[in-house]
Design a protein around this ligand. Structure first.
Ligand code: ZN
Length: 442
């Protein structure tokens, strides 16, 4: 539930969110609790004889309840994210903040920086109850988290600092463009979002991510050897695989690909290492290697640039009428006035809601192809399917959801569909070539 108001305002946020998305099953897909119990219920998972199809387990009561509350929280968060900027805007509060920022900041650039700092801190405070409930109370209630309050709050403050610094460094860019090019700023902003996002992803794994967790080489050397063998078959240098101590934050399991250029890497949560059998883990790594080899991070940056372009163009078309009509309430008459930040946030949030089925669909497609890559490189359908079963159990996943959920929320294929695919996809048994086999090294 981190909102990075800065970036949202900049509209660079979809780019970052998407570019980082190519992770495995997200916590929402999968949460835990009953984890151990559930794992015991599947002892056949790695028995050598058991290589047949794996049934999709029924979700537990607890998982269904968790999913239901998750839906409610999602809706509340969405409405809250629209309500807050709307109130700041229509009450003229944003214009008052701008007046203060002008007195303190004096020049154009520092007025933006001061406004942004005040605005971000106000949002942090106003959002706090919701962030606290969704980020701390809720996962603890379901035994999905063992994070201390100190770690959680410390991470929140660090996130706030990172947001403040990045916004202060970047927000002048779109506002400068609005000023210089009132009719084409949406185009220039989306173009600039590409190198900005790429740069952010280049430095984030090295500079920002280590602020929150410890990253290092894998501790289990035997397992590391197996993973590095798989990586070299996928054409990835071994030094690109990292282990992160997520067990201080969560009981859920995951892995992801992040970074860009020299910092591109696969990150494996230590919780995942603990809870998955080696063969299951190898499939998960095969999936991540798929993201890596298929260039999903770069593709996501470019895809996001198109999404930003469409969103900002629509925002550009809508803002003029709104400002003209409500100028007296808003307390500004030009979009280039920094007091317009909540208006941009509001429009971008509304428009992303409309465009979400497209972005979620794009992400699901990448995830599906990464699953295919993982299956082709490991050829262990059974371990792949039981890996998803564990994910469902550990992360309190619900394997089948309704169409609305799928269209708006599922940035990964539903777990039931993934297990079905793992059971069914094995072209090599019929002597047919896989889609990605030509990329593997012998
Ligand atoms: Zn993935």
């Amino acid at each position: 539930m981190k909102r990075w108001p800065v970036m949202a305002a900049l509209a660079f946020s979809p780019a970052l969110a998407l570019a980082k998305a190519p992770a495995t099953p997200p916590p929402e897909d999968a949460p835990h609790g009953i984890a151990n119990q559930a794992a015991e219920a599947q002892p056949a998972a790695h028995a050598p004889a058991d290589t047949g199809p794996v049934p999709v387990p029924e979700p537990t009561e607890k998982a269904l309840e968790h999913a239901h509350e998750g839906d409610i929280l999602w809706a509340i968060d969405l409405l809250w994210g629209l309500l807050v900027p709307a109130v700041l805007l229509f009450t003229g509060f944003s214009a008052k903040v701008r007046d203060v920022a002008r007195r303190v900041g004096r020049g154009w650039f520092f007025t933006i920086v001061v406004y942004f700092a005040l605005f971000t801190v106000i949002l942090f405070v106003v959002d706090f109850p919701l962030s606290y409930y969704a980020g701390y109370v809720w996962p603890h209630a379901y035994d999905l988290s063992n994070q201390t309050f100190g770690k959680w709050f410390g991470d929140e403050l660090k996130g706030l600092m990172v947001g403040l610094i990045m916004g202060s460094l970047l927000l002048w860019i779109p506002y400068g463009l609005v000023k210089k090019s009132p009719t084409r700023w949406w185009l220039w902003t989306s173009l600039i979002a590409i190198p900005v996002t790429a740069f952010f992803l280049l430095v984030a794994p090295v500079v920002i991510d280590p602020l929150f967790n410890k990253f290092g080489p894998m501790k289990d050397k035997e397992l590391e050897t197996k993973i590095l063998d798989l990586a070299s078959r996928a054409g990835i240098e071994g030094a690109r695989v990292f282990e992160v101590d997520k067990s201080v934050d969560t009981n859920t399991v995951n892995a992801y690909v992040t970074g860009f250029g020299g910092s591109k890497r696969i990150v494996l949560w230590d919780t995942t290492i603990k809870k998955l059998e080696p063969d299951e883990l190898l499939f998960v790594m095969g999936h991540e290697m798929g993201h890596y080899v298929l260039g999903h991070v770069l593709k996501s940056i470019l895809f996001a640039a198109v999404v930003i372009l469409v969103t900002l163009y629509a925002a550009y078309r809508l803002q003029a009428g709104l400002i003209e009509r409500f100028a007296a309430r808003f307390g500004f008459t030009e979009l280039s006035d920094i007091a317009s930040l909540p208006l941009i946030m509001l429009l971008v949030s509304l428009l992303s809601l409309v465009i979400m089925p497209v972005t979620a669909g794009y992400s699901r497609w990448q995830e599906h192809e990464a699953d295919r890559f993982g299956l082709e490189i490991t050829r262990n359908n059974h371990a792949a399917a039981t890996a998803f079963v564990k994910l469902q159990q550990e992360n309190l996943g619900v394997p089948r959801r309704g169409l609305l959920y799928k269209l708006w929320r599922a940035d990964h294929p539903l777990l039931g569909d993934r297990i079905d695919f793992c059971n069914a996809y094995k072209p090599w048994t019929e002597g047919k070539p896989g889609r990605y086999e030509h990329l593997f090294r012998r």
